[in-house]
Design a binder for this molecule. Structure first.
Ligand SMILES: *Cc1c(COP(=O)(O)O)cnc(C)c1O
Length: 375
């Protein structure tokens, strides 16, 4: 069997950037400002430059970034926050962590992102006793959600818009980068994200100086005037991220070119995530839809190719959400997509030859046939 192909390869990227990363880490070890040191402010400034958002507040991880954003809007018990269910569990988990209630919204079968018409319908039918307060769209797999359509629904109902941009740093819509698409956006530096630390990290982006001041205060216990948490990005991770920023755009473009190679090969054979004109993805994850998803994953495994049903269980069907969800059948598009989705290897260091091996294995597996969800 040929060499195994992983889903992501964070070690290959480290090997490529090792000299710079190691030198920056030694500098931190020597200067000794291990928490909120100078690299943290340098990173926040660089991120503001890269992704828009006049103010960038770094924090401990992407889940905390969402929690800080929710706390800065004063969202808590009795508040409904509209979220997709086809996402990582932390999207809804952050809402639960502040005592608010996630209300699940279905997604669009082409973009895999929140469906604004369904948002409108869920706002109209919010359970008794809950106040509609915010909507948290997710930029699934790196593709920014439709902030124009969602923003219009939010404005009509007085909802705050908090972007879960954990997967989409480096993407944009109509020339506006992720980080400036919503009044407040949260991202993650988990190692496999588009900008990945060698550990945990996260950040919140906003143009609003008052909101940024609240976020900074909440990040360090709230001071004496408000509730807060301890969620700082440590200096070592900031130093690593500054090194990774040097190749951030080139790495994203390489992932985009591998994704385009996959798209060209799979078009007409498998359901794919479609990017609307003007929308650019960060290409964090490459997902295909196959009605024979589990069999396909087994075939790939036998060929040494990693894949993952990402996300196999929509959040509204998790046992932990049973009391907050209308259960099976309540989000038909999400339920179909999660039954067919399979993530394939995508990372900057994958070679064209490896990508072609993935393509051959997928097309050779007899998993052809357009998925019903994607039509
Ligand atoms: C990764 C991720 C998060 C959480 O980020 P962590 O840094 O792991 O806490 C939240 N939402 C989405 C969509 C994610 O992919």
């Amino acid at each position: 069997m040929s060499d195994p192909i992983p889903l992501f390869d964070v070690q290959a990227q480290y090997a490529r950037l090792r000299e710079d990363i190691d030198a920056r880490l030694r500098a931190v070890l020597d200067h000794g400002r291990y928490v909120l040191g100078p690299e943290v402010s340098a990173l926040e400034a660089a991120l503001s430059e890269l992704a828009g958002g006049r103010h960038v507040v770094s924090c401990g991880n992407g889940t905390d970034a969402l929690i800080l954003a929710l706390m800065a809007e004063g969202i808590g018990p009795g508040d409904a926050v509209f979220v997709p269910s086809f996402t990582f569990v932390a999207t809804a988990g952050a809402v639960v962590a502040v005592g608010a209630t996630p209300v699940f919204v279905d997604v669009d079968s082409a973009s895999f992102n929140m469906n604004a018409a369904d948002l409108e319908a869920r706002v109209a039918t919010v359970p008794d006793g809950l106040r509609p307060r915010a909507v948290m769209p997710v930029d699934l797999f790196g593709q920014p959600a439709d902030y124009d359509a969602i923003g219009a629904v939010a404005a009509a109902h007085g909802l705050a818009v908090i972007a879960d941009a954990a997967q989409s740093l480096g993407g944009g819509r109509n020339g506006v980068p992720v980080g400036a698409l919503a009044p407040v956006s949260a991202t993650s530096f988990y190692p496999t994200k588009p900008l990945g630390a060698l550990g945990d990290g996260g950040a919140v982006f906003t143009d609003d100086a008052d909101r940024a001041a609240r976020l900074r205060s909440i990040r360090v216990h709230g001071g004496e005037t408000r509730d807060g948490v301890n969620s700082r990005l440590d200096t070592m991770q900031a130093a690593i991220l500054l090194a990774k920023l040097q190749s951030f755009t080139a790495d994203r473009d390489r992932r985009a070119s591998v994704a385009a190679r996959y798209d060209a090969a799979f078009a007409g054979h498998l359901g794919l995530q479609v990017c609307a004109p003007g929308v650019s993805s960060a290409h964090a994850v490459y997902g295909i839809l196959s009605p024979q998803r589990d069999a396909l994953a087994e075939t790939l495994k036998a060929a040494g190719i990693a894949s993952r049903a990402y996300y196999a269980t929509p959040i509204h069907l998790m046992a932990s959400m049973a009391a907050r969800s209308a259960g099976p059948g309540s989000l038909p598009v999400t339920e179909t997509l999660t039954s067919q989705i399979l993530a394939l290897p995508l990372y900057a260091d994958i070679s064209d030859a490896q990508a072609d091996r993935v393509i051959e294995a997928v097309l050779g597996a007899g998993a052809d046939g357009l998925s019903t969800a994607a039509q």
